[in-house]
Design a protein around this ligand. Structure first.
Ligand code: NAP
Length: 283
């Protein structure tokens, strides 16, 4: 039997409608949630991401300010911009699009963002808050994956979740979020000797690797939930995930497609975090 699809576009629409409603309520109190997006250089993929984020803000009644700088902007100038935005009461969220040009220390820039405005959830204070279960901003991609599980009313308590990938922005925070919901969590990475032995035990698999066909049907327990974070190109140049979708959908119970799965959820959670930042500033 074919798996049920967790539709990231449909879920995003519902969540964005709720964001728009909350934004309207805030506006009635004289506060328009504002996101500042900083783009340095002209990386084509970054330009597309930034455009999508700005458009998503506008569609949901959030104000967005796009600041574009040439690739030779100095690190000091960028840090000064971030400092100014930290002080700007009309800006509730600050996003610095990565990657930055090599002469700029991305870590230093992210750490310069006020944790109260860190809507990407990349600051060490945000990572630490997630680690110890304190309020903070969760990184948008794994947060979106959690919302997808919530949307199918999936009970994580007592389940085994296997996360493939251990990056600071996806794999590690994903594992912590699943742990917080009482799943038993295994994290796999490039040094895991027998990935299949791990994934075959999983009730939930999150693939966040960046390689096509990392997860195939023979690696999945029947009925498992499969969340595909990967963004790759197939031989025809079309967007695809890490999961062999056609094969795995015949075994899994639930599966997220690529495109139309985690991708739209990532931007949606950026809107949610920005709105949340504005609400917290008004509290
Ligand atoms: P990343 O920093 O490159 O991390 C990839 C992880 O995969 C690493 O931990 C690596 O292990 C592990 N890995 C590599 N080969 C492996 C293998 N054969 N078996 C098991 N693990 C393996 O990537 P990322 O930033 O986390 O992103 C992962 C993917 O998600 C990419 O395709 C990215 O484009 C996509 N992504 C999508 C969204 C979205 O909105 N949909 C958002 C963010 C990222 P080591 O640590 O040992 O090297």
């Amino acid at each position: 039997m074919s798996a049920q699809i967790i539709d990231g576009n449909a879920l995003s629409q519902r969540l964005r409608a709720a964001v728009a409603q909350r934004a309207t309520a805030l506006k009635a109190r004289g506060i328009q949630p504002g996101l500042a997006v900083i783009l340095v250089g002209n990386n084509p993929a970054s330009q597309v991401y930034v455009r999508n984020k700005v458009k998503a803000c506008e569609d949901s009644g959030l104000r967005s300010v796009l600041e574009k700088y040439d690739a030779d902007l100095s690190e000091a100038a960028l840090l000064a911009r971030v400092a100014a935005l930290n002080q700007d009461p009309s800006i509730h969220g600050i996003l610095v699009q990565l990657p930055l040009p090599v002469h700029i220390d991305a870590h230093k820039v992210i750490e310069a963002i006020s944790p109260a405005k860190d809507v990407d959830g990349f600051h060490v204070a945000s990572a630490g808050a997630l680690m110890v279960g304190q309020p903070g901003f969760w990184p948008c991609t794994p947060y979106g994956c959690m919302k997808m599980l919530e949307s199918i009313a999936y009970e994580l308590k007592g389940k085994h979740a296997v996360v493939i990938g251990r990056s600071n922005i996806v794999g590690k925070p994903m594992a912590l979020m699943l742990l917080q919901k009482n799943a038993t969590v295994t994290i796999c990475h490039s040094g895991t000797p027998d990935l299949k032995a791990m994934t075959l035990q999983a009730d939930v698999i999150v693939a966040a690797v960046g390689k096509r066909n990392v997860l195939t049907a023979d690696m999945v327990k029947p009925g498992a939930v499969v969340i595909d974070v990967g963004m790759n190109r197939n031989d025809e140049g079309k967007l695809c995930g890490d999961v062999d979708f056609q094969g795995v959908r015949e075994v899994a119970g639930w599966i997220t497609p690529v495109p139309g799965g985690v991708g739209p959820m990532t931007i949606t959670m950026l809107l949610v975090n920005t709105l949340e930042a504005a609400e917290r500033s008004a509290a």
